[in-house]
Each structure stands twice: as structure tokens, then as C-alpha cells.
Ligand binder design. Structure first.
Ligand SMILES: [Zn+2]
Length: 404
């Protein structure tokens, strides 16, 4: 191991004996009291020295070995240390790919802020390259979202949609103007490949499944159809196969991200439909009319370009948080933002006892309580104990489903 103080956290001395790591309330932390020699020793933690050399240089500063070891232990426990050398074989491979790492350097630095173990950020980046994600819907939201996931290092991003690219599908970061008239799914896959920081890992023959399981770590549902965004049809196939899925889209002047469905654990689109029907008996009648209207009349639904891009970005961030092993606040909630005031707020989606997904029985389980805690508005994000608890809800990346 070659310890280094996480470069992502800016350092500053609050007084002669206290050092502050980081600037923002979400990540800042202070360490003290600290004598001058220990303060100078911190400068040596830059990833070029192993523990033996650090102990030796510590002695030159009159710091006993036990003090050096204790300090390293303390910094590591506080989540302030990274490791410039060690790691799994996948990390070793990644370290050799300088061009790829240069593309993802800011993402790696960001991952170092949300992980605590030295070397964990690099492991997560290596894991991203092994994950398969599918995006269903390749319009202004879906194509940008798929490109973002690919650019963030997800190894395989498959895109599904029908028809051909229309002029109004074109969006920066998504389908380019040259693709108008081309098959929409093929054009979106080209955009995804174009954004990838390197060639995807070689895989064996595509085996969608032994048991009909599509084998995706996550499916993102980003329909172009506004009725499907507002009243998402329940995704029984994904609930049945235990595939985590996330909804995102724009309806009228409202952007929506969520819910992220962990089948059987958190509420699904079926739960949302049941609650809406409980609250408003006319809901199913309205949805039926909207759906049949959408089939009869072809029209271009409203979709503000900047709003669509925002939704794509936020949905990609929620997807990545999940793929990196966290449970983001879209589990059990829909984040919504409407033009023109653009205030984000989360609407809780509770598990419904009548929904066959089974999440309601798990209602008192850990995940649901995490989802419940996270119903706070973005303006309240900060050093609150709540957001720290949510952030601490970590799972090993890519391990939600045992068979992925
Ligand atoms: Zn449900």
C-alpha cells in the first residue's frame, strides 16, 4: 500500500493545530489537535511511499513508529486515505490504461469522496467496466442518459427503441443531427460507443440467460411517450426476474426521475398505480383515455430540451449511485421538477399491499426505511445525519442480484 491523502479533498488549517479536509458540508471533516511535526508528516502522504518508508521518514521528524501507524489508522478510519498502488487484478489492469484513466480522472476523484476504504474508488471504477445496463427509450432523455452511462465507464450499455430518428430527437450528448432518418436504436448505440472512454471489455458469447433472465444489473425505462412517463406501466417482467429498474422522463413541463425499483424490496410502478387509484377513483379511467388517445393521434409531445438533459443527467447519477453499490433517494420516490420555477422535490411512492410485487410485506425492512428517510428536498441536503445515514447505505457494487 502507498497511502495518499485523498487529493479530492482540499486541505486548510483552521488554526495552528487543526486541519480541515474538504470544503462542502457533505464531505468536510476536521482533524486535531495536531503538532507541527505531524502536520509536516501529512505532506509525505502523497502515494509515493509505502508504510516502511513512511515510518523511517517519521523517525526523522521525531515521530515514533507507533505514532505514525496510529495516524495512518486514524486517517484511514476517517475515510481520508486512498491507496496509490494496491488492488485487485482488475484494478491493476485499469492502472495500465492511462488514456482510459485520464478520461475518468474526475469521476475517480468523485468516487473517492463517497467511499471510505483506501483503494475502494478504483475498485468501483473497475467494477463499472464489467456491468451491463439496458436503456429502453432513445429520445431526448434516453439517448443522452445511455451516452452518459457509457462515458462514465459502464462496460456495456444496450439501447432499445423502435422507429427512426426524427429531427426533434436530436440533442447535445445524445442523437446527433446526422442520424436523422437512421434507425433509432442503431443511432443511439453508435452514440453510446462514441462516448465510451475505451473499447468495451471483450465478453464471451452473449448469453442473455439460462432462465430467461436478461442479465442486466439495471434497466432504465426512459420512454418517449409522455403518458408512459406520467403513468408508467408496471414492468412485470423485471419485477418477476428480480431486475432492478429505474424510471425517467419528461411529461408536459415536468421532469421525473424515479422510482428506482428493487423488486420485492421497494415500491414499483404497480404500487404507484394502486395508490393513485385509491386516492382518485377516476385515475384508471383517465389513464385508459390518455393511452388510447396516444395510439390514435400522432403528435410530438412537449419536451423542453434543457429539462430533458437535466433529467437524463440526474437519472444517470441515480443509476450510477446504484451501480456503485448505494441506494439513492429515488428508491421509493419520484423526484420531480416543473418548469418554470424548477424546484426539485421528491414524492414518496409507498409499497402497496395490493400490488403483487411483494414490497409491502417487506415494508418494515431496512431498504424501505432508507427510502423513507430520503424524502427531503435538495435544498435540505447537507451535513444532516439523515443524508449521512442514506449515504452509508452501502452494498458491494454489482451484488444486488446474486446471479449477475
Ligand atoms: Zn409493487
Amino acid at each position: 500500500m502507498a497511502p495518499l491523502l485523498k487529493p479530492a479533498l482540499r486541505r486548510g488549517w483552521r488554526d495552528l493545530n487543526t486541519v480541515q479536509f474538504g470544503m462542502t458540508p457533505a464531505h468536510a471533516m476536521t482533524l486535531g489537535p495536531m503538532d507541527t511535526a505531524t502536520g509536516s508528516f501529512l505532506e509525505l502522504l502523497n502515494g509515493t511511499r509505502g508504510p516502511a518508508l513512511l515510518r523511517e521518514e517519521g523517525r526523522q521528524l521525531d515521530l515514533p513508529e507507533s505514532h505514525v501507524d496510529g495516524l495512518l489508522e486514524r486517517l484511514s478510519r476517517a475515510g481520508l486515505l486512498d491507496d496509490a498502488r494496491g488492488g485487485s487484478p482488475a484494478v491493476e489492469t485499469l492502472r495500465r490504461k492511462k488514456k482510459l484513466l485520464d478520461r475518468l480522472r474526475p469521476d475517480l476523484a468523485s468516487l473517492s469522496l463517497t467511499t471510505s476504504e483506501p483503494g475502494e474508488a478504483m475498485e468501483l471504477l473497475a467494477t463499472r467496466r464489467t456491468l451491463r445496463v439496458q436503456v429502453r427509450g432513445a429520445g431526448r432523455v434516453g439517448a443522452v442518459l445511455a451516452s452518459l452511462l457509457s462515458a462514465a465507464g459502464i462496460g456495456e450499455v444496450d439501447v432499445r427503441d423502435g422507429g427512426h430518428v426524427e429531427p426533434w430527437d436530436v440533442a447535445p450528448g445524445g442523437l446527433p443531427a446526422e442520424s436523422v432518418g437512421a434507425r433509432r436504436d442503431e443511432a443511439a448505440r453508435r452514440a453510446v460507443r462514441h462516448c465510451a472512454p475505451d473499447n468495451p471489455l471483450r465478453r464471451g458469447p452473449q448469453s442473455p440467460s439460462v432462465d430467461g433472465d436478461p442479465g442486466f444489473s439495471l434497466v432504465v425505462l426512459a420512454p418517449r411517450d409522455d403518458v408512459s412517463v406520467h403513468a408508467p406501466p408496471s414492468a412485470d417482467t423485471f419485477v418477476g426476474s428480480g431486475t432492478p429498474h429505474l424510471y425517467a422522463g419528461v411529461v408536459e413541463g415536468t421532469g421525473v426521475v424515479g422510482p428506482l425499483v428493487l423488486p420485492g424490496e421497494t415500491s414499483c410502478a404497480g404500487c404507484l398505480h394502486e395508490w393513485r387509484t385509491d386516492r382518485d377513483p377516476a385515475w384508471p379511467r383517465l389513464v385508459a383515455q390518455w393511452r388510447s388517445g396516444a395510439r390514435r393521434v400522432r403528435r410530438v409531445p412537449p419536451c423542453d430540451l434543457a429539462l430533458a438533459t437535466t433529467v437524463a443527467g440526474l437519472a444517470a447519477a441515480h443509476a450510477l449511485a446504484f451501480l456503485d453499490g448505494r441506494v439513492p433517494s429515488s428508491a421509493g420516490a419520484r423526484w420531480e421538477v416543473s418548469l418554470p420555477a424548477l424546484n426539485w422535490h421528491a414524492r414518496p411512492v409507498w409499497a402497496h399491499p395490493a400490488c403483487p410485487c411483494g414490497a409491502a410485506e417487506k415494508g418494515k425492512g431496512e431498504l424501505t426505511s432508507i427510502a423513507g428517510e430520503s424524502h427531503e428536498t435538495m435544498t435540505e441536503q447537507g451535513p444532516s445525519k439523515k443524508s449521512r445515514r442514506t449515504a452509508a447505505a452501502a452494498r458491494p457494487a454489482g451484488t444486488w442480484r446474486a446471479h449477475v
